[in-house]
Write a protein that binds this ligand. Structure first.
Ligand code: RRO
Length: 275
């Protein structure tokens, strides 16, 4: 059981719950919020909108940048009792290369996730929407680190299985999916976009059926491990993703409602599933 990147702030949770968090950590591996080379403020507020069965976020990658992350966040994340996955995103292949190389040099880091699927950047460019671009990105960084590389796929692609195959062919060790689906909400008073970033990414139960289909399609196409996520909120949901071909699963939006959800769902998954 992992967390979806950006859905659980372990540093804030440690401040809130103290060492009890470490004693009953909700995940078997922890994935950081995505970092970029330069620090970013993120998108203007509002950043969240609740839909009847999910959440739209337009966070916009706020982070301290590579140097800030390595100096300030990494030492705290290294105290977690589970392997650490650092999520990185580059606005170019060169940026990505610097991120992968420098993150991979740190012994605290177990694995690296390449986020090629954020829907909330101004350029609108999503590397992971295209198999050729994805392969180029993985090829560029593959030799720069001996850490396992996970490629986080976007559901906003015409053929996610083709992107997954391209990533695997270029040397990815695993793929994870889904990131959020592009969505929008209007302010009922003004009929203008509610979110400061105009559009956002939809997650939660609303996307589960889509995620399940895409995880199944990707798992059928590749032979590397598949980390499945998208609206998982119970052991039954997690079991469905495993049955569809996921090697392991992650919880995202449900952790906002219940910070202990990862642990609960892992426990439910370990029990025999009622038919
Ligand atoms: O920060 C975000 O707005 C964000 C990211 Br990086 C991502 O990969 N997926 C998402 O829904 N939001």
């Amino acid at each position: 059981m992992l967390n979806g990147s950006g859905t659980f702030d372990a540093i804030a949770a440690r401040r809130a719950f103290g060492d009890a968090l470490l004693e009953r950590f909700p995940f078997h591996a922890f994935v950081s919020k995505t970092i970029t080379l330069a620090p970013r403020e993120g998108n203007p507020p509002p950043r969240l909108w609740e839909t009847p069965a999910g959440l739209i976020n337009s966070i916009g990658l706020p982070n301290k940048g590579l140097d800030g992350f390595l100096a300030l966040d990494l030492p705290e994340l290294a105290e977690l009792p589970v392997p650490l996955v650092v999520s990185v995103m580059g606005f170019s292949r060169d940026e990505l290369a610097t991120l992968v190389q420098r993150v991979g040099e740190r012994e605290e880091v177990g694995l690296i996730e390449m986020n090629v699927s954020c829907p909330n950047v101004e350029t609108g460019l999503v590397m992971g929407a295209d198999p050729v671009e994805t392969a180029r990105a993985v090829e560029r960084v593959r030799a720069l680190t001996d850490r396992p590389l996970i490629v986080k796929l976007t559901p906003n692609a015409s053929d996610p299985a083709a992107v997954a195959l391209a990533a695997a062919g270029a040397g990815a060790d695993a793929v994870s999916l889904i990131n959020t689906l592009k969505g929008m909400a209007l302010d009922p008073r003004t009929a203008q976009p509610w979110l400061g970033g105009r559009t956002g990414g939809v997650s939660g139960p609303a996307v589960r059926a889509i995620a399940l289909e895409q995880v199944g399609a990707v798992a059928a196409a590749v032979s590397i491990p598949v980390i499945g996520m998208g609206g998982i909120a119970s052991g039954r949901h997690a079991a469905d993703f495993m049955a569809a071909g996921a090697t392991c699963v992650a919880v995202g939006t449900e952790s906002f409602r219940d910070p202990a959800a990862g642990r609960r769902i892992a426990g439910e998954l370990a029990e025999p599933q009622p038919v």
